[in-house]
Ligand binder design. Structure first.
Ligand code: GDP
Ligand code: MN
Length: 385
């Protein structure tokens, strides 16, 4: 589960991580009032569950309260990578001397948490690993030993953190790790952690993902999960009983039967897509393929405006491919298919299934390779338009 920045900020505050004052506004007038309350300049930040808000125009500085009103009116209601902004965070702006990155996530290969830091944080963090890897530090946390200040400091110095920042960042990382273990976080990121011109070290952005399997242990998280702050498409999908996870920056809707098959399909789209085609979601329709279920799945996947093509990957076992094919045709009766959809059928009765789909609005294929070729072809056309 992902949560909004302002909720993550509140959790940071509870764990003693230094954050600026901040409050949420849902109207430009409220933003103006908060600007008056905090004193200007203030920073106005879109509260949506996507990264890269700064670059997309969702983070703006306002020098006085009239400008706070104006900037909040621009951000509220805007479409940020397919999500409509309904709330902004208003915070007194800080004067930044330098931006850093610190985070903790789970390394599933090593079965340990990994701490990742960089002395070149901010909106271009993705480029740092590629261009200046010496500015990145990593250590894995052995659960038997925990996390020690000396190893954190060594790593931070090694990655180019100035000593006075390194000492504070080490303290913040220890508190973050406490939060990670208490609340079953799968990822926590501060980007940027800043050194202000007056020498403070502050977390001015906050990102937390939780391991859904641990939510039952935290009553506070249950409340958050039920609040309106999750992706509206995910809420709709879950209401329809579908196992759906939305990804940011994808353009290919993925539907399959069986979690393993869906994950493998996503990997294959990523691999064959070479950056042109990327999975936009995970959707497992499970066993059986009643028309209603297929229809629900298609509707949910297509409601994501980032989706420009769809790959349906079905492996027929007990579920027969001809039944799935019939379900698919029934599913699109009366609904529009705004984007091309390729259907790969394999297993029991795949030939019958393929025949049923031939000449329909679906493009049936036999192998995943053919399916990804189609997808990459469509996405290449789109990107060259
Ligand atoms: P993101 O783009 O979604 O990661 O949003 P951030 O909250 O990280 O904001 C993006 C960028 O806006 C940061 O990297 C900062 O450079 C800038 N920014 C955010 N808050 C402040 C602030 O209080 N003062 C100044 N000067 N810049 C800020
Ligand atoms: Mn950020």
């Amino acid at each position: 589960m992902k949560i909004q920045e302002h909720h993550a900020r509140d959790i940071f505050q509870k764990y003693g991580i230094p954050v600026p004052d901040a409050e949420v506004a849902t109207t430009p007038d409220e933003a103006r009032e908060l600007a008056d309350k905090f004193g200007c300049p203030v920073i106005i930040k879109a509260q949506v569950l996507v990264g890269g808000r700064g670059k997309a125009g969702g983070v703006k500085l306002a020098k006085d309260s009239d400008e706070a009103f104006e900037k909040a009116s621009q951000i509220l209601g805007m479409d940020l990578k397919g999500l409509i902004v309904e709330k902004v965070l208003v915070a007194p702006a800080v004067d930044i001397d330098k931006e850093y990155y610190i985070g903790i996530t789970l390394d599933r290969d090593r079965k340990q948490h990994v701490v990742i830091v960089s002395s070149a944080g901010g909106v271009n963090i993705e480029e740092v690993a590629e261009k200046t890897p010496e500015k990145i530090g990593k250590i894995w946390i052995d659960p038997a030993y925990g996390l020690h200040s000396f190893e954190l400091r060594k790593m931070l110095f090694g990655a180019g953190f100035e000593p006075k920042v390194a000492i504070k960042a080490a303290g913040i990382l220890k508190r973050l790790f406490t939060a990670v273990t208490h609340m079953d976080m799968s990822l926590v990121e501060i980007n940027p952690l800043v050194l202000t011109t007056d020498g403070q070290v502050l977390a001015i952005d906050a990102k937390i993902n939780f391991d859904d399997s641990g939510i039952y242990r935290n009553p506070e998280l249950k409340v958050l999960k039920e609040s309106e702050d999750t992706d509206p498409i995910e809420i709709e999908a879950h209401a329809r009983g579908l196992t759906y996870v939305r990804l940011t920056d994808g353009n290919v809707g993925i539907i399959g039967n069986g979690a393993g098959l869906v994950m493998a399909t996503m990997d294959e789209v990523n691999r064959a897509g070479r950056g042109i085609a990327k999975p936009a979601n995970f959707l497992d329709i499970g066993g059986g393929a009643q028309a209603e279920l297929v229809k629900n799945s298609l509707e949910v996947v297509l409601s994501d405006p980032n989706v420009k093509s769809v790959l349906i990957n079905v492996f027929g076992g007990i579920t027969r491919c001809d039944e799935v094919a019939k379900g698919l045709l029934e599913a699109i009766e009366g609904i529009e298919l705004p984007v091309p959809v390729v259907v790969r059928l394999a297993g029991t009765n795949w030939e019958e299934g393929k025949k049923i789909l031939e000449g329909s609005r679906f493009t049936p294929v036999e192998s995943l390779e053919e399916a990804t070729e189609k997808i990459v072809g469509w996405m290449t056309e789109k990107s060259s338009v």
